[in-house]
Design a protein around this ligand. Sequence first.
Ligand code: F0G
Length: 462
Amino acid sequence: MREFQPKTIIEPFRIRSVEPIHFTTMEEREAALKAAGYNPFLLRAENVLIDLLTDSGTGAMSSRQWAGMIASDESYAGASSFYRFESAIRDITGFKHVIPAHQGRAAEHILFTTIAQAGDVIPSNTHFDTTRAHVEHTGAEARDLVIAEGRQPQLILPFKGNMDVAALEATIAEVGRERIPAIMLTVTNNSGGGQPVSMANVRAVSAVAHKHGIPFYIDSCRFAENAWFIKTREEGYVDKSPTEIAREMFSYADGCTMSAKKDGMANIGGFLAVNDDALAANCRNLEILTEGFPTYGGMAGYDLEAIAQGLYEALDPHYLRYRIRSIAYLGDRLTAAGVSIVQPTGGHAVYLDARAMLPHLTPLQYPAWSLCNALYLVGGVRGVEIGTVMFGRQPDGSEAPAAMDLVRLAFPRRTYTQSHVDYLAEVILEVFAQRSSLPGYRIVQQAPVLRHFTIQMEPLPA
Ligand code: F0G
């Protein structure tokens, strides 16, 4: 018989433990949203049917991860769980020193507090919010140098997360090598739509950094998803395994920060990994102050076990094919129906272009907030606004439109099945059909910084 080549990409797991999801009526959702000040962050999760707020720490763990957790070593110092964690990270990244941290931003805090100071500049393709905040907390400037194409939502290119290498050279010439303590690359580029970075770009950024003697770090939260895009889109990588690709990617860097809540397949955790002995010693000293002893760093032994196993599971080609395809599948269905999304779909989320969908609303009527709330009211789906509510408040307190008004629908790992995605497409298309009646919003109450988490809103009268 000939080898069967199925077209259907199936979930590469079967389900042995299930968690009920809660159905609500439209009336109940209206009441819940009103009580939450029309802010989906303030909903109780039990009132959400499909929760796409984030892919961070929300995934399902495997039976092997749970087995490791049961067998964990909870010793304060030198636990065997730490050595399994360290050896997995060394095996995949090749970095010498592994410094555990309770999540990604804790690793960022340790790194930037140790290396950066006021007046410095830290270039990246796009800094994630917490990375930017930690850089700025030291008084340094976080500078985004993604390629110009990466800022155009409708443009289809294989590696829209790449850094503009000429702009990097220009930045070094402008500010001087001594004021640049590090160059970073975020893979995949979360704030730019989950778009991947090519190996050629990693190599080019590394070459520029090292020519000037500047350390180069990778924000590696979604390193496995990025490796899959390299395998399937970049010449010369189709026959390489995601693990080999990840190793090559890390080989060009001097270290990485990691939120293990993404491609660590864990519910909590992270790490900083570096090659430099003196830097590692300084980082560990700070770690003891803020995270804990360097062999647990703010995590339980069982968290270390979950990550040691999860990092390998994230690199499984069957998993990655299913993961990237489930997101593209939703993107394809929406695009076919005429819904504007950020193209092409990235590694962890679909981003709806609310400004294109709701032309009757001005950016200061917060179209992405309106779309996000409509998805909840119609179908119990929770996404997150990435737009003018998140970025529109200026330092002087005035309002300005953000560059884009998007709704991010981030997929928790191994959590929802294809029928959930079919349901999602139906909900989005129903909202799309009713789009001209969606209301604008106004702000009722807000905090001075990071206001989107707690903001109170109100729909404008029709
Ligand atoms: N870097 C990137 C690229 C991220 O996406 C995140 C988190 C972090 C760093 C910080 O990691 O949350 O473990 O402290 N992103 C989540 C999200 C919160 O929803 O995109 P953390």
